[in-house]
Design a protein around this ligand. Structure first.
Ligand code: GDP
Ligand code: GDP
Length: 455
């Protein structure tokens, strides 16, 4: 998994010296400036190394605004980017100009934020100016650090403080060797316990062909392809429901419980019976949970001779895939594997798919790569409505598990569903995201206009 560096974001009204400080911080210590052909955002992201610690520096002054974008809007976008991305925020102000209304406006955005904010007062070219910097304590958001981006005064001290505050790793980074938690879900009798038994190669659980036989959910740990999988089995339906609704209730309830603990849902379907409404309800649960997802179309031996269950697509398989794609379009991202628990066939391929889906679920893209992609996508197909053009100033991945992207734009109303779909497709084309849901949030300056949509 790619190492995700901590992020330090510079914010501040125009002309306080963001670009100058950015260049100074990146300056000779620069390791890599991500190259962004076609888009003039060279000063937006860079990697900085100080005392052996590395971080990504983002200069919100490098976000390209148009002339007609109001300053208040720009300030809110900057703050939004900082709050979404930063591990440390450098709030840049100007000692020469003193405290301004725009500083207050920006400070307002950070009140109550959990991200540490350092008030960096630039243009402190001499000791007299250092004294002027004290005025900025009035903002009440953090300690004040006088620097001169132009001369380099105070910059080393600032960097000492910054690297001290950096987290070791991003909160959502996963150690490389963590077990993969897979919820085996599906209607009663589709073969969930048989699958688990086949995976383990031993009859650890009682398999019965009576739907709803009393069994408890058991975790089983197996190894495959050098990875550890924890199979969370939901076969156990506590009691046989006389009323259809009771069985349904336990089925749904247990599937939900298992999925909560899992990274990936393996949805087992009885391939001989075909897709039923119960299957669809289970699939909906998996989709709503926002976890990685793989289909195991089980009992395929009844449909076709197993002899190793080659991955080759027969007409029967193609038909089954078509039914699933047509009936459950929400889960287009989930791969479909064919299995026979009875014949122990197709089991390794389905685990391979789980592994891929799990990797996709934890996928992370760098801000530079993402902005390049989105910049190109918007350039290739601009969107406007009622004479207003959608502008996406900045894109960032705010989460993994599942990958979640925030697009900072001029107006969320312009971020039309069809355009979101277009960008999602671009993202899916560019990155290995098969098997996982992907989310996009559009965000403008006003919090209450936030949109949180799942795909
Ligand atoms: P930005 O709009 O916040 O990115 O600001 P710039 O980095 O473009 O700087 C705005 C102006 O302030 C430029 O003319 C810089 O030369 C000047 N400036 C930046 N840093 C300093 C500094 O430390 N001292 C002085 N005296 N001027 C500075
Ligand atoms: P669960 O309720 O989903 O855990 O399903 P079980 O594992 O208890 O299986 C239900 C019935 O289906 C049992 O009679 C199994 O022997 C049978 N079964 C399970 N997997 C397969 C398979 O791959 N092929 C065939 N032919 N039968 C299977």
């Amino acid at each position: 998994m790619a190492v995700h560096l901590p992020v330090v974001v510079i914010v501040g009204r125009p002309n306080v010296g963001k670009s100058t400080l950015f260049n100074r911080l990146v300056g000779k210590r620069i390791a890599v400036v991500e190259d962004t052909p076609g888009i003039t955002r060279d000063r937006l992201y860079a990697m900085v190394e100080w005392q052996g610690k590395r971080f990504h520096l983002v200069d919100t002054g490098g976000i390209v605004f148009q002339d007609e974008d109001p300053l208040a809007e720009q300030i809110r976008i900057q703050a939004g980017v900082a709050l979404a991305e930063a591990d440390v925020i450098l709030f840049l102000a100007d000692a020469k100009a003193g405290l301004s209304a725009d500083d207050w406006e920006l400070a307002q955005q950070f009140r109550g934020s959990k991200v540490p904010v350092l008030v960096v007062v630039n243009k402190a070219d001499n000791a007299d100016r250092d004294a002027l910097a004290n005025e900025f304590y009035a903002l009440g958001i953090g300690d004040v650090y006088p620097v001169s981006g132009l001369q380099g005064r105070g910059v080393a001290d600032l960097l000492d403080v910054v690297v001290e505050m950096l987290p070791e790793v991003k909160k959502d980074d996963i150690p490389e060797k963590e077990e993969i938690r897979v919820a085996i879900i599906g209607r009663p009798n589709v073969g969930k316990s048989s699958m688990v038994n086949a995976f383990t190669g031993e009859q650890r659980m009682i398999v019965s062909n009576i739907a709803g036989t009393t069994r408890d959910s058991i975790d089983t740990v197996i190894e495959h392809a050098g990875e550890t999988f924890r199979l969370i089995d939901t076969a156990g339906i506590r009691r046989r429901g006389k009323i259809q609704g009771t069985v349904e209730y336990y089925m749904v309830n247990r599937a939900q419980k298992a999925i909560e603990r899992a990274d990936c849902a393996m949805i087992v379907v009885d391939g001989n019976e075909g897709l039923t409404d119960g299957d669809k309800r289970i699939m909906k649960i998996a989709h709503d949970a926002g976890k990685a997802c793989v289909f195991a179309i089980n009992k395929w031996d009844i449909k076709e001779p197993p002899d190793g269950m080659p991955r080759k697509m027969s007409i029967l398989k193609k038909d089954m895939i078509k039914v699933i794609r047509d009936e459950i379009p929400e889960l287009l991202y989930a791969k479909i594997a064919f299995t026979s628990a009875k014949e122990s066939a197709g089991l390794e391929p389905v685990l391979d798919e789980v592994l891929r889906a799990q990797e996709a679920y934890s996928f992370r893209v760098s801000t530079g790569q993402l902005n390049r992609l989105i910049g190109e996508a918007v350039f290739a197909r601009p969107y406007s409505s009622k004479g207003r053009v959608l502008k996406i100033y900045y894109a960032t991945q705010v989460q993994t598990r599942p990958p979640t992207f925030v697009m900072f734009c001029n107006d969320v109303e312009l971020f039309h569903f069809s355009y979101e779909r277009y960008l999602l497709n671009k993202i899916r084309e560019a990155f290995p995201l098969e098997g996982t849901p992907v989310r996009i949030w559009a965000r403008a300056s006003h919090k209450d206009k936030d949109k949180d949509k799942k795909q």
